[in-house]
Write a new protein. Structure first.
Length: 239
């Protein structure tokens, strides 16, 4: 039997409870202050805003001429993007298709609240199968990254950023964005993201959107934005 195909039938969200149901572990991961909860509340609170995007991310997008005035057309929680080779799809905390005056934008959002970006490549590649090696090579090709990459870099950043580019190609978007939406000060993970950006030739910093130098395909931006956790009033407004 092959891998289960990704569904094309989508049901609109009726609140954060829908986001919870899509988590790999709805009990373990659904905690006030943790990234899954805070990301869901942040995006649900923005759904009726003019642009359908949380204000801190709007401010980040508007720093780039090609992304300014972006509005959300589709927002998908826990969106799975199929990757080449054997293994799981990349499950994005949020994936959004945005529209700007100049065209479409594919945006992947990784919510964080002190959690790491998972295993560094040296752990992920321990006793690696040929399938794992082939997948990493493909991700590097999608990203335009050096292969083999620095094994201190975090694997999650490779497949999450590649997701934005893969979906940009699928939807005919001229631009791809990978944003880390952090709900607490997290210098360790920010340092990991800075190192990943540097490997792609971009200078990543908190509150900035960095353009990755590329010669072909969609333009790519990396960003990090630190947001305040939801207040009791904000939680109550979306439950």
């Amino acid at each position: 039997m092959g891998e289960k195909p990704v569904t094309r039938i989508l049901i609109p969200s009726c609140g954060p409870s829908v986001w919870r149901q899509l988590l790999a572990d709805p009990e373990k991961h659904w905690i006030r202050g943790a990234s899954a909860f805070e990301t869901a509340v942040s995006w649900e609170a923005a759904r009726h805003s003019e642009r359908g995007i949380p204000a801190p991310i709007v401010a980040l997008l508007d720093t780039q001429e090609q992304l300014a005035s972006a509005t959300a057309l589709i927002v998908l929680p826990e969106h799975k993007v199929k990757l080449e080779g054997r293994g799981k799809a990349s499950q994005n905390d949020v994936w959004a298709l945005l529209k700007t005056p100049g065209g479409y934008v594919s945006m992947s959002v990784e919510g964080k609240a002190g959690e790491t970006f998972g295993d560094p490549l040296w752990d992920w590649l321990r006793n690696a199968s040929p399938g794992k090696l082939a997948r990493l090579q493909h991700l590097c090709k999608v990203l335009g990254a050096q292969h083999p990459p620095d094994h201190a870099l975090r694997y999650q950043l490779f497949h999450r950023t590649a997701s934005a580019l893969i979906e940009a190609e699928r939807f005919g978007a001229a631009h791809a964005v990978m944003i880390v939406q952090s709900f607490r000060s997290d210098p360790v993970s920010l340092t990991d993201y800075i190192a990943f950006g540097a490997a792609l030739g971009a200078t990543v910093s908190d509150g900035q959107l960095a353009k990755v130098p590329r010669t072909t395909g969609p333009t790519l931006y990396l960003g990090w934005v630190t947001c305040e956790p939801a207040t009791d009033r904000q939680v109550a407004s979306v439950v």
